[in-house]
Design a protein. Sequence first.
Lengths: 322, 115
Amino acid sequence: MEFSFVEELVHRLKVFQAMAKDVVTINPQNTLRDAQITMREARVSGLPVVKENMMVGIVTIEDVIQALDHGYIEEPVDRWMTRDVVTVESNWPLSRAMSILNRTRFGRLPVLDKDGRLCGVVTPGSILRALLTELNRLLARDEKSEVTIETLESETLLLRFDVEAGDFDRAGLASVQLKRELAARGVDPELQRRVAIATHESETNLIIHSTSGGTIIADIAPECIRLTVTDNGPGIENIEQAMQPGYSTASDFVRSLGFGAGMGLSNIKRCTDHFELKSKPGLGTRLNLRFNLKLGSAAAATGQTDKNSLLNGGANQMEIEG
Amino acid sequence: MLWADAIKAVAAQTLVDGSDFEIKNFAAADLLSDILATSKEDFVILTGQTAPQAIRTAFAVGALGIIIVRGKQVQVESINAARGYGIPLAVTQLKMFEACVALGGLLWSSPLSKS
């Protein structure tokens, strides 16, 4: 299956990244005249009708024109609004909203969050703006900044990899570079492989699932290798479920590239000597992984929990000593 | 089984050459995730994935070689990546199942390679 660059982009972007967030709404008790004035002032062609925080319908410029034509412009919105509104969800791929816009020829689609509340409106204009912004961002991306190598002390090496969301073209590059570094330092091949697999899976997770990419920091010390993988969202709702082999939320597009089989987290755990996963929906996810360089060495006893975690109280958490 | 024997068994065309080596096992999958989850050793990958990511996956799991099935056109970037990582790469016209049958017959008939 071949996908064009823009097709990839609209599969990767989520509806919430392309919607207008400041939605002008109207109360069902207001008149169509009020709707007409509000639309003119806000320069929009449709208004979601909201009652007690829930969307109950939509009224558009066409409704106002009909009302003017037939003389019921002073009647309440409630009586003439469309009640059966086609909506989209904020975490759907943008492509899905675009195909609905195309099929229905509607000028706008109200966006609902996971609790069913109105959180935005997606229109052809807002989609175009989001695509242009994303293209600009990709063009401005500094190709050279992806790896930073820092030697702190003679025996410790820190490598930092910045991974872009949706950047499937570079999937596995951090893994390759880290494995080469370990090989150059004479690390046991079996351990090289475990670290490389965990890094590869972590990179892929950031590419597929993160909202705005993430970072992998590899800390190579004489007694152990630590990997810290962080991102700023969307976070994992149910860690136990996410850890189950085969459980996946990846799209068909992602699967067509050979990824997203739902083996990532369990495979990472299999490869590590210490596995810790913290996540908070809406905030982000942090993986702390440790690989012991010498089996049964004192290093295994130093598995202290990371105190400077960005994710505090109430976070989902799973910690496993391998 | 030697790499050269494997290539011959599936009538594969070599894209990246290397010195010959002993194969003890094969991992056959189109999903890179499945390849990443294998714990096999001294193995060669059979896959329909031709993008450079597949070559990087092979490097991560320490595969000794890669045979692309179904006669797929392999991207130049992938050939370059395989050369860069020192992973021999070949392409066969056989379908995945046919390639597995051909190589499995050979692998398990060889007294050296019981696994």
